[in-house]
Design a protein around this ligand. Structure first.
Ligand SMILES: Nc1nc2c(ncn2[C@@H]2O[C@H](COP(=O)(O)OP(=O)(O)OP(=O)(O)O)[C@@H](O)[C@H]2O)c(=O)[nH]1
Ligand SMILES: [Mg+2]
Length: 412
């Protein structure tokens, strides 16, 4: 497990724990964990000679079949490392893709993961390891279908990718239809985002009384789920649970999941769930914000939910609470014990209300399109017509209000 610049701000032990957790997420038994500081990455092998020997010794001692490098390695480095250690080698991106391959449950999820994996493979058409694949079946890319694709030539991969993209576009179009149908009801949508294992699904279940899988497992959730919740002062609101983020999330995956993550982009409020008890909590926040930026979800209003407060010592908890009290956009809670969940709901409702104000709009009675738009996107409070013009009082969020005005000026 190399320690390269960007990873250096993280606690190496926590980082190793995370990598081991990722490996365990696909049923790999971790026999040994090594941590190296790499000052000068070697183009051929990444690791220096002494480090290579240490890895090879560890592989031999444990009779390991697989070496996981918790960093990105080039195809050449992968090949040389495999020769030097006599084991199969995968990197962090390969491992994460592997997990997603096993987890993807819906047709869309599988398409997205396959696309991401092909993109990754297109760059590394090297024939390598063969001994693990026979032990593994299923959708996993450690063997099975993945290996045959490695043998296929780049063109076949590109063709398949083009086809997958078309299928995904189709699925995304259907979803957009669903969404616009839903948006006709003026219920706010709240999206849960956060680092993997932060407690999103646990919070989702508590708020919706659903039973989405919540486990001490990285990437327990892949497919988005939406449910109604009761929110003080609102008829109802929609809450969505979705895939967790992770440091160095493969760009191929971000691209492939863009359609799914559109739920997040179009949300009225983003709840960023953070494991405040994690030693790398700050670095995790930065990772999540980076992905939010990549998918274009930075402009939606956001509340940070500082979760797992029950895991802190009383002293630490007090310090965290004091820090949270200084910020308007932070709520401290435990999704497990339920402490602070009421305050979170109140905070979310307050945020949504602050966002949405009653606007007075006068339209000509013949302007059917604009009137339909207001009905679809806002909550109609009152309307009064003199036969020529209609005066509407509509509750609209700041974002929808800006969208409405942009439409008007575009048409004018
Ligand atoms: N002690 C404590 N544990 C919690 C809390 N919230 C969640 N957990 C635990 O943290 C683990 C991960 O919770 P999940 O809800 O599955 O996390 P997630 O964010 O949905 O994770 P992914 O779907 O994998 O991205 C589970 O073992 C939960 O029981 C909390 O407030 N306190
Ligand atoms: Mg989850």
């Amino acid at each position: 497990m190399p320690d390269l610049g960007k990873a250096a701000r993280r606690d190496p032990e926590a980082r190793l724990d995370e990598a081991a957790g990722l490996a365990e997420a696909i049923g790999v038994k971790v026999e040994d964990r090594l941590h190296f500081r790499i000052r000068q990455p070697k183009p051929a092998t990444l690791f220096g000679r002494g480090q290579m020997e240490a890895i090879a010794d560890a592989v031999q001692a444990a009779e390991a079949e697989l070496v996981i490098v918790d960093a990105a390695i080039t195809p050449v480095q992968q090949k040389n490392l495999e020769e030097g250690t006599k084991a199969k080698v995968i990197d962090r991106t390969g491992l994460i893709l592997e997990i997603f391959g096993e987890r993807a449950a819906t047709a869309e999820g599988r398409l997205q993961v396959e696309l991401a994996h092909l993109d990754y493979q297109a760059g590394r058409l090297v024939r390598s390891w063969t001994h693990l694949e026979r032990q593994r079946g299923g959708f996993g890319f450690l063997g099975g279908p993945g290996e045959t694709q490695i043998e296929a030539d780049r063109r076949l991969i590109r063709d398949r990718m083009a086809k997958l993209k078309k299928e995904l576009d189709q699925v995304a179009r259907t979803r957009t239809l669903h969404r616009s149908r839903r948006q006709r009801a003026p219920w706010p949508v709240i999206a849960l985002v956060g680092y993997t294992n932060a407690g999103k699904s646990t919070l989702f279940n508590r708020l919706t009384r659903a039973d989405v899988v919540a486990e001490d497992l990285l990437f327990a959730t892949l497919d988005p789920t939406m449910r109604e919740i009761a929110l003080p002062g609102f008829d109802k609101a929609i809450l969505s649970d979705t895939v967790g983020f992770i440091s160095e999330l493969p760009t191929q995956l971000v691209a492939a999941f863009r359609a799914t993550l559109e739920e997040v982009v179009s949300a009225d409020l983003i709840l960023h769930v953070r494991d405040i008890s994690h030693p790398d909590s700050d670095a995790q926040r930065a990772d999540v914000e980076q992905v939010l930026g990549e998918i274009g979800a930075k402009q939606a209003p956001m509340i940070e939910a500082w979760n797992k407060i029950d895991l802190l010592t009383p002293g630490e908890a007090e310090r965290v609470r004091a820090e949270a009290a200084r910020r308007e956009d932070v709520v401290v809670l435990s999704a497990l014990t339920g402490e602070g969940v009421g305050a979170l709901l109140a905070g979310a409702a307050g945020h949504l209300r602050k966002e949405s104000e009653i606007r007075t709009i006068t339209l000509s009675a013949s302007d059917g399109e604009a009137i339909a738009w207001l009905h679809a996107n806002g909550e109609m409070v009152a309307q009064e017509s003199d036969g020529v013009e209609t005066r509407f009082e509509v509750r609209l969020s700041d974002r929808d209000w800006a969208r409405f005005r942009a439409r008007r000026s575009a048409r004018a």
